[in-house]
Write a protein that binds this ligand. Structure first.
Ligand code: HCA
Ligand code: CU
Length: 443
């Protein structure tokens, strides 16, 4: 896209660029996606699979009540689909699937089944809106897992799809391990299922081997072969799951599978929050109007507790330091204008930024803000002096907020005693409770 667009990014930044003639008035949006007729970056649907892929996470055991709580929260958040474990997995899984269907949620409920008539027959009786049907197509899985050839796969896929459609339900057909499958096999299989009216075909990077460019190529090729929607599913073994989902959308995919915190087999799949961090920068209006972003932390906390993990410190959006600014140079700029070092606005997620001032890297601008939060008054020169004291201690050992606050307060007290000696009015120290809130709520 050429650079005449001056729409703001997620954080309302309107950076100034230069055109080829060096004209500095020219405005450019650095978050502008690479757009073409294929791209769906501002028009995609989420198939939330915490209750299916997520149940395959090592620590996961969801009882019925927890499943219902998670399903309701995801529905309120605004996901388009909720995918649940196959009713063929166990008797309780079948009952839970039925219970979730009975909740009357806005999100469509899908269950995920093997490409097998018995599984499909069981699934259509649960009350789901649709079936996500899957079978392994790579030679690894054909030889070492189910042992079926491509002719058998195609015949069964068509049977299952026609059966599900005859029940008036939505059906998706996906190949497990798509990126290690033969491309010609894969495309002719997808063409055949498209012809019989499958609603979506799915590409799954089951082993997390794909790179963003490989994803782009495969999805774009597939886009030219089928007319139905394209769902994609990315494992995160090499850390590419969010980037791969993004590239899939650029190449014309319509649906992305996610799970809360990315939980799933091994180290999981594209995380819901991480995907939305990416997408809110690219398509702020679409994402903010569709999803209740301020619920993200609450949903992540709910799932983290259910599977007994902590949210990683570096998690997009909700990691404890996602909106913490530390170096003096960063702090100064952030205090002037948050867009300098933030492309995501914490307020969009109901969160607040925090300017770190208790370290040797701090600067007097951050300390000045802290002084203000504590309800104290100092001249700039006095703030510079107390900043030097904080840095001196922080050079010797790591310091806590309380340490820095004590230095500020005793320095201030010193000034106050001095001014009393000079017959001036003393400053009032702020209440304890108030200080605490301020310490955790950032600027
Ligand atoms: C698995 C299956 C799956 C299915 C994905 C899909 C995968 O657990 O192996 O239905 O598209 O990663 O291939 O999760
Ligand atoms: Cu998977």
């Amino acid at each position: 896209m050429c650079g005449t667009d001056n729409t703001n990014g997620a954080n309302g930044a309107a950076p100034i660029g230069r055109n080829n003639n060096g004209n500095a008035n020219f405005q450019r949006n650095p978050y502008q996606p690479v757009g073409d007729f294929l791209s769906n970056v501002d028009n995609f649907q989420i198939i939330e699979s915490t209750l299916r892929e997520g149940e395959q996470f090592a620590n996961a055991y969801f009882d019925t009540e927890t499943k219902i709580k998670i399903a309701k929260a995801l529905d309120a958040f605004g996901v388009d689909y909720i995918e649940v474990t196959s009713p063929a997995a166990s008797e309780q899984s079948r009952k839970d699937c039925e219970a979730i269907c009975k909740l009357g949620l806005k999100a469509k409920i899908l269950t995920h089944v093997r490409c097998d008539m018995r599984d499909a027959m069981l699934a259509v009786e649960t009350g789901v809106d649709g079936l996500d049907v899957v079978i392994g197509t790579s030679s690894f899985l054909r030889e070492h897992s189910h042992g079926k050839n491509m002719a058998y796969i195609e015949k069964t896929a068509i049977e299952v799809i026609e059966f599900v459609k005859s029940k008036g339900l939505e059906v998706r057909f996906s190949s497990e391990d798509s990126f290690r499958s033969d491309l010609v096999d894969l495309l002719s299989l997808y063409r055949a299922v498209d012809k019989v009216g499958v609603n979506r075909v799915g590409i799954a990077d089951t082993v997390g081997c794909a790179s963003p460019r490989q994803v782009y190529d495969l999805v774009r090729t597939l886009r030219g072969v089928v007319s139905c929607d394209i769902e994609t599913h990315f494992h995160n073994d090499t850390g590419c799951a969010i980037a791969n989902a993004y590239c899939a959308l650029e190449a014309g995919a319509t649906h992305i599978d996610t799970s809360v915190l990315g939980i799933g087999e091994r180290n999981g799949i594209t995380p819901l929050g991480g995907l939305l961090a990416r997408m809110v920068v690219t398509a702020p209006d679409y994402v903010k109007s569709k999803y209740k972003l301020h619920m993200l932390k609450e949903i992540e906390d709910m799932v983290a507790e259910a599977v007994q993990v902590n949210t990683p410190f570096n998690n997009p959006i909700t990691g404890f330091c996602a909106f913490t600014h530390k170096a003096g140079i960063h702090a100064k700029a952030i205090l002037n204008n948050p867009s300098t070092y933030e492309i995501l606005n914490p307020a969009d997620f109901g969160l607040t930024r925090y300017v770190h001032f208790a370290s040797r890297l701090t600067g007097w601008n951050a300390v000045k803000t802290r002084v203000g939060q504590l309800g104290l008054e100092m001249t700039d020169d006095q703030v510079k002096e107390v900043t030097a004291k904080i840095k001196t201690l922080a050079d010797v050992r790591p310091i806590a907020i309380d340490d820095a606050d004590s230095i500020i307060r005793s320095f201030h007290l010193g000034l106050h005693e001095q001014s009393q000696t000079n017959g001036k009015t003393p400053h009032v120290l702020v209440q304890n409770g108030e200080e605490k809130t301020m310490a955790t709520n950032g600027v």
